[in-house]
Design a protein around this ligand. Structure first.
Ligand code: NCD
Ligand code: ZN
Length: 359
């Protein structure tokens, strides 16, 4: 009896690859190596880079770099500011989606004024949704704005019981909202903070045990599990003002497979949360001949080091998991196998590129 299983390549709709401006934390080449090692064959990259991706020039430069360097398929988000609502349609179509940060987080990208948020929702026509970083009361505020404007709003990293309750109620009314949760909010709580110190600092912050249990209990209204892979170096984390964020691309699938082993998740639901729903919500093309081979029975302890992410640490280090990526195949080519990333920089394709050869 074999414990090897093939899953469709994971699609992670929330990653920070740090180019341009944060290459000491991660690059398209290192971040997508981490993705492939984690069984992720497509990533959607956030725009809070330096400079942020907020117009044609900054977006085109990131596209150019990603095209040359990415090892797995990728899309890039445009970032909302108070001034840039109403992107040219051609630019909207090249983006994975529009990202609006209505709450504070790493970097200066922020839209706190109602008129600007409203204008962005009115003017967005892209094939991808408007992804919002909204916490607390900003969740119902954005549900209301989605309802008023008809914009498709995707809630990033929902982390609290009250927030997931609002999203459940909104969906029950048929409102055009979707949401994601992260592995760190599903596995860690504020009780882990004494142990993790600055390595447990992220936005939204780790919540209570009751919040974590509410996410599990409401997993049926969750659309995607996304990592919010947000690498910062050990030196930065241990410095005087640790930036928020944790890496997650290489640990998501082992953690989820552990939940499958424990009977908290079915394999079918895992595939919906990490593949089918993300693809449908973001309108992503099929990746033919693409799969991840996992060993469901492999037991191992997530290590402190030896990761492909440039920052080489994990908030999950020390956890015993069940399930391991053996091989990742992307468009017919073995891209990762038994500890080695084989896909070279430039192998990845932009998910918004025309693909006449594929269906
Ligand atoms: C992210 C980062 O470092 O870019 N940090 C985080 O804690 N999640 C920003 C973000 O997604 O909020
Ligand atoms: Zn993020």
């Amino acid at each position: 009896m074999s414990s090897l299983v093939r899953l469709p390549g994971l699609v992670d709709v929330h990653v920070h690859l740090r180019e341009p401006g944060g290459e000491h934390k991660e690059t398209f080449a290192t971040g997508t190596a981490a993705a492939l090692a984690g069984g992720v064959t497509a990533v959607l990259a956030m725009p809070n880079t330096s400079p942020p991706l907020v117009d044609e020039a900054t977006f085109a430069e990131a596209e150019r770099r990603a095209r040359a360097e990415a090892r797995c398929d990728y899309g890039l988000f445009l970032g909302a500011t108070h001034e840039n609502a109403g992107f040219p349609l051609r630019l909207q179509r090249r983006a994975a989606g529009l990202k609006i940060y209505v709450n504070e987080t790493f970097g200066p990208l922020r839209v706190e004024e109602l008129p600007a948020v409203l204008e962005h929702l009115r003017q967005w026509r892209g094939p991808g949704p408007v992804a919002v970083h909204a916490e607390g009361l900003m969740v119902p505020a954005l549900v209301a704005l989605a309802t008023i404007t008809g914009a498709r709003v995707h809630f990033c990293h929902v982390s609290r019981a009250a927030e997931i309750a609002v999203i459940r109620a909104a969906k029950a009314r048929g409102l055009p909202v979707t949401c994601e949760v992260t592995p760190h909010h599903l596995w860690l709580t504020e009780e882990d903070l004494p142990r993790l110190g600055p390595y447990g600092h992220m936005r939204p912050p780790l919540a209570t045990r009751a919040d974590r249990e509410a996410l599990w209990a409401n997993l049926d209204v969750v659309d995607c599990i996304a990592t919010d892979h947000a690498p910062h170096t050990r030196a930065e984390k241990e410095g005087p003002s640790p930036p928020p964020g944790v890496p997650g691309l290489e640990t998501m699938l082992p953690l989820l497979l552990t939940a499958v082993h424990e009977g908290r998740l079915t394999l079918g639901r895992l595939v919906e949360l990490t593949h089918s729903r993300p693809r449908a919500i973001f309108g992503l093309p099929a990746q033919p001949n693409t799969w991840v081979e996992v060993d469901l029975e492999a037991e191992w302890v997530l290590p402190e080091q030896g990761w492909f992410t440039k920052v080489d640490w994990s908030p999950f280090a020390g956890m015993r998991v069940r399930g391991r990526v053996i091989r990742t195949v992307l468009r017919g080519t073995v891209a990762y196998e038994e500890g080695k990333v084989l896909a070279p920089p430039g192998f990845g394709k932009n998910v918004r590129e025309e693909r006449s050869e594929e269906t």
